[in-house]
Design a protein around this ligand. Structure first.
Ligand code: G3P
Length: 216
């Protein structure tokens, strides 16, 4: 399972890049607004220059024509930009049109297997089931990831399953076991994934034991 960072924070993305395990970034309008950023194009271009892998940027208009126009504009910002299109009926039409133009799409706000299937049939490069938001309303978000992976495998669909709205490290464990191609994680969750108290205790013990060896 590959790891993307789910953030618009440039420092977090630079740190993730140094770790060498971040192969893409996903942003959304909420994440951009949280950073107090206003120049959307500049932010997306900067992220695309830091991470050579896919960087998802979302359309922020409604209606087929407006979404198509904005998507085509965003697609010119960088070679590695991927357009996030919502899982709506208009969105489906837009995904099909963009796919015909070889523009990569991440179908976002996906909350059902049917939406994922239609997005894949329309040619989306990625579908993003929002796990945490399903959990928030009493559904099992990870079950949706498992179902999508199973159905895509069954029909040999090329669309990748991008587990999104990840809230904690256990989500990453279950997504990996389910066969999700990618998990997009907030920076905090990425840090938590690598942290283990026994590693810290063991490391401190090795260092102090080594100091006693030096003092002999
Ligand atoms: O990847 C989608 C993500 O940004 C949404 O996360 O925590 O707002 O549901 P959240």
């Amino acid at each position: 399972m590959r790891i993307f960072l789910d953030t618009a924070n440039i420092d977090e993305i630079k740190k993730g890049a140094r770790l060498g395990i971040v192969s893409g970034v996903t942003t959304n309008p909420t994440l951009v607004s949280k950073e107090g950023l206003s120049d959307y194009k500049a932010v997306v271009k900067e992220i695309c220059s830091i991470i050579p892998g896919p960087v998802s940027a979302e359309v922020v208009v409604e209606g087929t024509q407006a979404m198509l126009e904005q998507a085509r504009e965003i697609a010119t910002w960088a070679p590695n930009v991927v357009i996030k299109i919502p899982s709506t009926i208009d969105g489906l039409e837009v995904i099909s049109a963009l796919t015909r133009d070889n523009i990569k799409v991440n179908m976002t706000l996906c909350f059902s297997l049917n939406q994922a299937l239609l997005g894949a049939l329309a040619g989306a490069a990625y579908v993003s089931p929002f796990v945490g938001r399903l959990d928030d309303v009493g559904h099992d978000g990870m079950q949706l990831v498992k179902d999508i992976v199973e159905v895509f495998r069954y029909y040999h669909l090329k669309t990748e399953v991008l587990a999104a709205s990840i809230r904690h490290p256990l989500h990453c464990v279950v997504a990996a076991k389910a066969g999700a191609h990618i998990a997009t994680v907030p920076f905090k969750v990425l840090m938590q994934m690598m942290k283990h108290p026994l590693t810290d205790v063991g490391n401190a013990r090795f260092l102090s034991d080594w100091q006693s060896v030096q003092q002999r």
